[in-house]
Design a protein around this ligand. Structure first.
Ligand code: UDP
Length: 474
């Protein structure tokens, strides 16, 4: 006979979270975990890979685990992968594939977890390898999607899209557009370049995984009605694809205390600047512009006449980024930038910066986490999508009115001159109606996160579903 303590233990909602590589994938998982841990009725197991691709990932994970010592931490040991067998040389894509190939090791790792698990929430790049494992453990499995609901529509539609490369002379486009049921058309120029090549690793993963999305118990998105209501409504109404399982709109995820960086963030400099006067520039955690384009950005910021805070990345993987700021930017440009802005070649607490009263706009590559953070803090965006899902995310920025996108810059990492950058930044920073619209979106985002808001309700619904399934199993 079990004691009441054991009974309570068995009844606890216990979720295993399994992110994949890269900060853009890790951060939403850690924030989602922190949201669950705010509730007294939830336990969390976090599965990580060691070593991580970037230093930022291992630091963030350590900070999270120190802040939440009650979290059970499991490490999955990866099997070696011969890079010659993977069609990518990007370190993060190589890691995605390595995790896929080692996913079967998850079963033994999770089988003895206590209290018994209620659900497994995993990365979108792990759909096909992880579903059979969850099934073998009689666990419901959910994906935490790291991009917009609009991008999710495209992911679910991808096999139909890709079949167009073979079946029709005009390819998968009708008049240069992808037409997904109930979603406004997506132009070819917004589609991730890798998905225009059916042989790329990204395309191969989607060809295998998209048809399996229907086998998931649900998909969680870090989004909210005020940002992309059309896509969310269309997916929820089952109009986009029969293959999509139920959608849980659990966003917007706020940044948490555990994310604060050890060294003091540059708020001292921001404190000295007037309200809304600074343009914050950051292209995410894993995008490095060429040296030439980097310098054009710097010159452009100087030419804009606005104060700026620029987070500069010189390498895709932070561990390999040894170069001095002066060498990357050049001493002439360093001199010009003096007194006008702050250039930082280090990890910063972006949430803190975006929330500072001096920041009036964000020149962003449109990684989804960055967009949601700006939306939540009511900061307008000048979209400069560079690769991957960022073009489709930039459409959400434009369509919601959170920001503007200079579409003539295209989806790419180069060739934009400083005069053009300076002019666009100046126009953007001076755009008062955009500021007001971003503030409205910020209010809607806040409404979603307050007690009794859509986030709490959706989380409650999800936990209820997990508990019901667990009880039915026992
Ligand atoms: N970020 C940060 N400090 C940095 C660079 C990035 O806090 O110096 C965070 C940013 O706030 C966001 C994440 O890293 O939460 C980057 O994810 P996103 O989806 O925006 O872009 P990705 O890095 O995946 O391209």
């Amino acid at each position: 006979m079990s004691s009441s303590g054991d009974l309570l233990n068995t009844k606890t909602t216990h979720v295993a979270l399994f992110p994949s590589a890269g900060m853009g994938h890790l951060i939403p998982f850690l924030r989602f975990a922190a949201l669950l841990l705010r509730r007294s009725d939830c336990r969390v197991t976090l599965i990580t890979i060691n070593p991580t691709v970037s230093l930022a990932e291992s630091r963030h994970t350590s900070q999270f685990l120190s802040a939440f010592p009650q979290v059970i931490h499991l490490q999955l040991e990866l099997l070696p992968v011969d890079p010659a067998t993977v069609n990518s040389d990007d370190p993060f894509w190589l890691r995605f594939e390595a995790i896929r190939r080692s996913a079967h090791l998850l079963g033994p790792l999770l089988s003895s977890t206590s209290p018994p698990l209620s659900a497994l929430v995993h990365d979108v790049s792990l759909v096909s390898p992880v579903i059979p494992i969850a099934q073998s453990l009689s666990l419901p499995s959910y994906v935490l999607f790291p991009a917009s609901a609009r991008m999710l529509s495209f992911v679910s539609y991808y096999p139909a899209f890709a079949s167009g490369f073979e079946s029709s002379n005009s390819g998968p486009f009708e008049g240069g557009l992808v037409r997904i049921p109930s979603i406004s058309p997506i132009p070819k120029s917004s589609i991730p370049t890798l998905l225009l090549d059916p042989k790329s690793l990204f395309a191969q993963i989607l060809m295998e995984d998209s048809p399996n999305l229907s086998r998931l118990n649900g998909i969680l998105v870090n989004s909210f009605e005020g940002l992309e209501s059309d896509s969310l409504k269309a997916i929820n109404a089952g109009k986009v694809s029969k293959a999509l399982p139920p959608l849980f709109t659990v966003g917007p995820f706020p940044p948490f205390e555990f994310e604060k960086v050890e060294w003091s963030t540059p708020t001292t400099w921001l404190d000295q600047q007037p309200d809304g006067s600074v343009v914050y520039v950051c292209f995410g955690s894993r995008t490095a512009l060429s040296r030439d384009q980097t310098r054009e950005v710097g010159e452009g910021l100087v030419k804009s006449g606005y104060r700026f805070m620029w987070i500069l990345k010189n390498m895709i993987v932070d561990r390999e980024d040894y170069d001095d700021l002066k060498d990357v930017v050049g001493s002439e440009l360093m001199e010009k930038m003096k007194g006008r802005g702050l250039v930082i070649k280090q990890w910063v607490d972006q949430g803190e910066i975006l929330g500072h009263r001096a920041v009036g706009g964000f020149l962003s590559h449109c990684g989804w986490n960055s967009i949601v953070e700006a939306a939540l803090l009511g900061v307008k965006i000048l979209a400069w999508p560079l690769h991957g899902d960022q073009g489709i995310n930039a459409e959400v920025v434009r369509d919601s009115g959170l920001g503007i996108w200079v579409e003539s810059w295209g989806l790419g990492c180069g060739g934009i001159k400083s005069n053009e950058i300076g002019e666009r930044v100046r126009e953007f920073m001076g755009n008062e109606s955009l500021r007001r619209r971003a503030a409205e979106i910020g209010d809607m985002a806040t409404q979603a996160t307050v007690v009794g808001g859509s986030q709490e309700k959706t989380l409650g619904r999800l936990i209820q579903e997990w508990d019901k399934r667990k009880m039915a199993k026992e």
